[in-house]
Design a protein around this ligand. Structure first.
Ligand SMILES: NC(=[NH2+])NCCC[C@H](N)C(=O)O
Ligand SMILES: [Mn+2]
Ligand SMILES: [Mn+2]
Length: 299
């Protein structure tokens, strides 16, 4: 596999400094050589430009979407790089940054395929809108916006259509869901599995059933979006919104490896590493360990 490493040094979506250092931290930890170990060619495309705006302008663009304008700009740039990466037959590995960048990634991926699936590994559902969000943080909105739900500045990103059909979205590991999101999950019949439900079904059974459903829906590629807070909070001090009752490290690796072994995953986000909150380099080292394990299984 020819991998394009794409960094997105942004924290505007979570309104907490730290995630912007994620891409360079992983480079410092030799992410490129770790990926190359598994016989991939790796091209580091560098970091997407993120416009600098002052904290004073947080609410200047919208009253319940903080830093909206620079988020839209950075994500539009990201979408185009991701689209070109796939058109050139590469595998884009997008390193965050906060999870607002899922919108740019998915917009780029969806331009390259007819009908994509999205598997979102996260303690959160990230389907809030400006109307339901309790925080005004855009990193809680990208998956909803990708399905065409929310404010038009987000839903029209890169091109003016929904990027993924709700029936092709699978949220795994969710255990901290806001009330507006619960309503939306019911209304749109979105597939959500908590860690407890995944353990009951079994990791392998779940992956098989997701793949069967996506194939029945005629999906031609799957985008995998991995939020570090998917993992239980006891293992990931270096993430902005940690949640307990998550998977341990081995379960996480097993799930990710089973997912990529389907050969349907054609792009991946890795987000919400906050180096400023980390205990030493514990979470950064774990990030490397997980990516090492995942890319060992990608052909
Ligand atoms: N990508 C994340 N870590 N998202 C956390 C979202 C938290 C909360 N649901 C909100 O919308 O504010
Ligand atoms: Mn998230
Ligand atoms: Mn999350």
């Amino acid at each position: 596999m020819d991998i394009n490493l794409i960094g997105v040094p942004i924290f505007y979506g979570c309104d907490k400094e730290g995630p912007q250092f994620g891409p360079d931290k992983l480079r410092e930890k030799n992410i490129v050589s770790v990926l190359k170990k598994h016989n991939h060619k790796v091209y580091d495309l560098g970091n997407i430009h993120v416009p600098k705006v002052s904290v004073k302008d947080k609410f200047s663009y919208h009253s319940n979407m903080k830093y909206l304008k620079p988020i839209v700009t950075a994500n539009t740039n990201l979408a185009h790089v991701v689209n070109m990466s796939i058109k050139n037959n590469n595998f884009p590995l997008i390193i965050g940054g906060d999870h607002s960048i899922g919108l740019g990634s998915i917009s780029g991926v969806s331009s390259s395929y007819k009908n994509i699936g999205v598997i979102w590994l996260d303690a959160h559902a990230d389907i809030n809108t400006h109307e339901t969000s309790p925080s005004g943080n855009v990193h809680g909105m990208p998956l909803g916006a990708s399905m065409g739900i929310g404010h038009e500045d987000l839903t029209n990103l890169y091109y003016g259509e929904a990027k993924v059909r709700p029936e092709n979205v699978f949220i795994l590991g969710a255990r901290d869901i806001d009330s507006g999101e619960i309503d939306l999950i019911k209304e749109k019949n979105i597939n959500v599995y908590s860690p407890k439900e995944i353990r009951e079904i079994g990791i392998e059974n779940l992956v098989n059933s997701i793949l069967d459903k996506l194939k029945a829906n005629d999906v031609d590629a799957i985008h995998l979006s991995f939020d570090m807070d998917f993992i239980d909070s006891s293992y990931v001090p270096g993430t902005g919104t940690p949640v307990s009752n998550g998977f341990n490290v081995d379960e996480t690796k097993l799930l990710l490896r089973k997912l990529v072994q389907t050969d349907m995953i054609k792009s991946m986000d890795f987000v919400e590493l906050n180096t400023l909150l980390d205990e030493g380099d514990r979470t950064s080292d774990l990030a490397i360990e997980i990516l090492d394990s995942v890319f060992e299984c990608i052909k």
